[in-house]
Design a protein around this ligand. Structure first.
Ligand SMILES: NC(=O)c1ccc[n+]([C@@H]2O[C@H](COP(=O)([O-])OP(=O)(O)OC[C@H]3O[C@@H](n4cnc5c(N)ncnc54)[C@H](O)[C@@H]3O)[C@@H](O)[C@H]2O)c1
Length: 369
């Protein structure tokens, strides 16, 4: 039996990236569990204050994990547990901006680990990426010891690098680390955008009555995992001592086809614009992804609770409830058609009701992680 309430009520917990899609859900759950204090260190580079959990025991520190001053100040409060979720996200973003990716995901984790080791935290949980660290030669369903060094984007390289650093701190300093390998998280809280995942982007476009652009054939599969289940796994990783020094897949353990997901999104939203197909991007080489969650089940007691159809319904509900903010803040480059319209009208600023739509730079591929 897990008594999360009793456990977390005594803990000061730092969530780097706590304003983000997964971090926001984690903070909400920790707050509901009555955690003693929750510190959020986030630069808001890919998240929004309106989408953050607030409360008496939550302290938001707006800052960069590369900023020594902010780190010093944050760690002065002696967190017992660190969830390191801040990251430069994700594949296409890293291809476009490889140096920022290495700074934030490489130097960033090194700095956070150094401070965690200095104050002697009880647990350091790192958000690695299942879709990142397993390669084409890894055997499906992916098991934890079958990682690849033949990766396809800077993001995948730096997500693996993060694990190498956490392991180094464990081996060298006995830092009680755990590596969590998420598989394609989805659910309430993720605001769509150019570099975001395919599910929030599909909901956004469907709600605008636009066709859903699949980059590929649609028969590709992903192991989409509901964010609430990922949060359950993260809680268990801080709670269970058996987790220390180990890596765990946090997946759903089921494959879903991209085309079926797109059809469900269109059906839920009543979108009649259908689906379009464009070629997969160069780095997008994994046509199937599936986690093996046996180790997480046995060691952590992890068990995904949310079916894919229920998870998509919950996501749609969140979109409907937050549509105004989502529509205001979702960031996509505009199509040439709109730029041209603006020029034709002599308008330099965004015209009202301007349609924002993905272009080929978007990160709406099924394998966005
Ligand atoms: N979402 C997924 O499907 C998925 C899959 C595998 C791994 N992950 C990993 O899980 C973690 C959380 O993912 P997410 O989907 O919530 O991403 P996210 O982009 O929503 O959250 C990351 C947060 O980190 C913040 N951030 C970025 N750079 C920062 C910096 N230099 N200093 C401080 N804060 C900074 C952002 O503002 C954002 O709030 C990331 O580490 C990501 O790599 C996510």
């Amino acid at each position: 039996m897990t008594d999360f309430h009793e456990f977390f009520q005594e803990k000061t917990i730092l969530v780097t990236g706590g304003a983000g899609a997964i971090g926001g859900n984690l903070v909400r759950r920790l707050n509901n569990l009555g955690a003693k204090k929750i510190l959020i260190l986030d630069s808001l580079s890919s998240s929004y204050e309106w989408n953050m959990e607030a409360g008496d025991r939550i302290q938001f520190i707006k800052g960069d994990i590369l900023d020594e001053e902010k780190l010093r100040w944050t760690f002065k409060q002696k967190p017992d547990i660190v969830y390191h979720l801040a990251a430069h996200f994700a594949n296409q973003n890293s291809v476009d901006n490889p140096e920022t990716d290495l700074m934030v995901n490489g130097i960033g984790i090194l700095k956070v680990l150094q401070y965690a080791q200095m104050v002697g935290v009880e647990r350091f949980v790192y958000s690695s990426s299942g879709c990142g660290v397993y390669g084409l030669e890894s055997k499906m369903p992916f098991k934890e010891d079958d990682v690849s060094i033949h990766l396809h984007t800077p993001y995948q390289v730096t997500k693996l690098l993060g694990e190498l650093y956490t392991n180094y701190f464990h081996n060298m300093y006995d830092l009680p680390i755990v590596n969590a390998r998420f598989f394609n998280s989805y659910g309430p809280g993720e605001v769509p955008g150019r570099y975001r995942n395919v599910i929030p982007n599909f909901f956004y476009w469907a709600m605008k009555g636009l066709p859903l652009p699949i980059t590929g054939e649609g028969t590709e599969t992903r192991d989409w995992t509901y964010v609430g289940d990922i949060v359950n796994g993260l809680l268990l990783m801080a709670y269970r001592d058996e987790a220390i020094g180990e890596a765990f897949n946090l997946g759903n353990g089921e494959e879903q086809r991209v085309i079926d997901m797109a059809n469900t999104v269109n059906a839920l939203t009543g979108n009649e614009a259908g689906i379009t197909f464009t070629p997969r991007r160069d780095w997008d080489v994994k046509t199937r992804l599936l986690s093996c969650i046996d180790k997480s089940r046995v060691v952590l007691g992890y068990e995904p609770q949310t079916t894919f159809s229920k998870g998509l319904e919950n996501t749609y509900e969140w979109f409907v409830e937050n549509w105004e903010s989502i529509d205001t803040h979702a960031e996509f480059p505009r199509v040439r058609r709109d730029v041209k319209n603006e020029q034709d009208q002599g308008v330099l600023t965004k015209p009202p009701n301007c349609v924002r739509y993905p272009n080929s730079d978007g990160d709406s591929s099924p394998s966005t992680i």
